[in-house]
Design a protein around this ligand. Structure first.
Ligand SMILES: Cc1cc2nc3c(=O)[nH]c(=O)nc-3n(C[C@H](O)[C@H](O)[C@H](O)COP(=O)(O)O)c2cc1C
Length: 368
């Protein structure tokens, strides 16, 4: 199969990458007390050596006491954690790769199975993780203002340490998404409201602050999803017009690239067209987009947590959409978690060497 269009370079502001393949952000929980060590640096360096165009880090949390529910998830604040990240980007650049951290605040969470808890309650727009499940506090306007600043300073640190871009995690039911969603945002002040556009204020202010702190020339990615763990069929935007009303203010606030998260990239977003989420995001905003979701695998990622394996599958449908210009970049998760050389194998058409994905890959940082 012809995969040439995956191997064209891509340039946007600070981001200059040799091909269209992005390593999707994947939480690994291998950073004790929030500090990424040499093993984490080597894990990313191996993906750079394996010719991934752009590596997005696992979600790494901003400077809020309750931004994480897991002591082994990396921080993106504090001297020790940031010096760990500095080593990561040095090693990735040394291997010819490009990288951005995915900056993250989880919002209101379930308690982690380890029993670890942050020293302050989880925080979110209304204390809710999902409808009917309150496990945190409602953020005050000061909490909101401080959280917005913390996203901004994490992005500024990414630039200062030498990263090529930054991704804001606005998807999958975490803090920014908790503001977007009517099921978790019951606020009656200016951060709530009846429409998605009203509830986007927090996300917009985060993007504006990130943009303010990194300047115009640094590429900013925003990851969004319609689905959330509490409702896989959820559609925040039910029509292209609603999608436009959601995304364009975010684009105006400073997003360069929308990372449109789906579990299966081939699923159409709205009736009457086969365009997927990334396809529609590009069409309504004119911005660059990243697609994602079961590229090169026959099973989706949430099944992986339940122990399901996935086998390699054809890239034909992906290439059809890519060649049609639906999106600019393609994020790949599990295949790159399990195999640092996935990109090389695709490029060299060594399909018989592709590994698929088994749950065993989750228990280690695979480096060969
Ligand atoms: C182990 C694992 C951890 C993940 N952690 C994150 C994360 O930190 N941030 C995020 O936005 N998505 C996360 N995801 C979702 C992936 O970025 C990606 O969207 C999903 O795996 C679908 O891509 P795939 O089918 O190629 O694996 C994670 C997925 C996996 C498998």
């Amino acid at each position: 199969m012809n995969t040439d269009s995956l191997f064209r370079p891509f340039s946007l502001k600070s981001l200059n990458i040799k091909n269209r393949i992005v390593m999707a952000p994947m939480t690994r929980s291998f950073s004790p007390n929030g500090i990424p060590g040499g093993n984490v640096a080597t894990y990313y360096q191996k993906r750079a050596e394996g010719e991934v165009g752009l590596i997005l880090s696992e979600g790494t949390v901003i400077d809020r006491i309750s931004s994480s529910n897991d002591a082994n998830i990396p921080h993106f604040h504090g001297e020790a954690a940031l010096s760990g990240w500095e080593q990561v980007i040095k090693d990735v650049h040394g291997a010819g790769g490009k990288m951005g951290p995915q900056i993250w605040h989880m919002g209101v969470m379930d308690n982690h199975h380890s029993g670890w808890l942050p020293s302050e309650p989880f925080e979110g727009p209304s204390g809710l993780n999902r409808p009917g499940f309150n496990n945190g506090k409602t953020m005050t306007e000061k909490d909101i203002a401080d959280a917005i600043l913390a996203y901004g300073s994490a992005a500024a640190d990414a630039k200062r340490l030498g990263f090529d871009t930054v991704e804001i995690h606005g998807a999958h039911g975490y803090l920014i998404d908790q503001f977007f969603w009517e099921g978790t945002n019951l606020r009656t002040d200016g951060y709530g409201g009846k429409t998605l556009a009203d509830r986007s204020r927090f996300g917009i202010e985060v993007v504006k602050e990130v943009r303010r702190q990194v300047g115009e020339d640094f590429a900013v990615i925003l990851r969004l999803s319609q689905w959330k763990p509490a409702d896989y069929t959820n559609q925040m935007a039910k029509t292209p017009a609603e999608l436009e009303a959601w995304l364009n203010p975010l684009a105006d606030a400073g997003v360069d690239i929308f990372h449109a998260s789906q579990r299966r990239f081939w699923e159409p977003e709205f009736e009457g067209s086969d365009l997927n989420f990334a396809g529609w995001a590009k069409k309504v905003t004119g911005k660059a987009t990243i697609t994602v979701g079961s590229v090169g695998l026959n099973g989706e990622f949430l099944g992986a947590f339940a122990g399901e394996s996935s086998e390699p599958s054809s890239l034909e449908e992906l290439m059809r959409r890519m060649d049609r210009g639906d999106f600019d970049l393609v994020a790949v998760g599990r295949p790159l978690l399990a195999d640092p050389n996935w990109v090389k194998k695709i490029k060299e058409n060594r399909t018989e060497e592709l590994k698929g994905f088994t749950k065993a890959a989750l228990s280690q940082l695979v480096i060969d």
